[in-house]
Ligand binder design. Structure first.
Ligand code: SF4
Length: 64
């Protein structure tokens, strides 16, 4: 999760709240579970797709 890109929309928290939360104050997302449980994988992928800032990366997606 790239906090620089995050615009604090909260979509990730709404989509998979057991993996993401938002910081008090600026509302930027934080990752609660860097290695999400298998049962949340589909929801995490959905969160990646829904993030308006493209700020969430799955480790298999990261190219750098
Ligand atoms: S969906 Fe994206 S922009 Fe919105 S809070 Fe989560 S990481 Fe930030």
């Amino acid at each position: 999760m790239d906090a620089e890109r995050c615009v604090g929309s909260g979509m990730c928290v709404l989509t998979v709240g057991e993996v993401f939360d938002q910081r008090q104050g600026d509302g930027k997302a934080i990752v609660l579970r860097p290695e999400p449980p298998v049962e949340t994988r589909d929801a995490v992928r959905e969160a990646v797709d829904l993030c308006p800032a493209a700020a969430i990366f799955l480790s298999t997606d990261r190219r750098h």
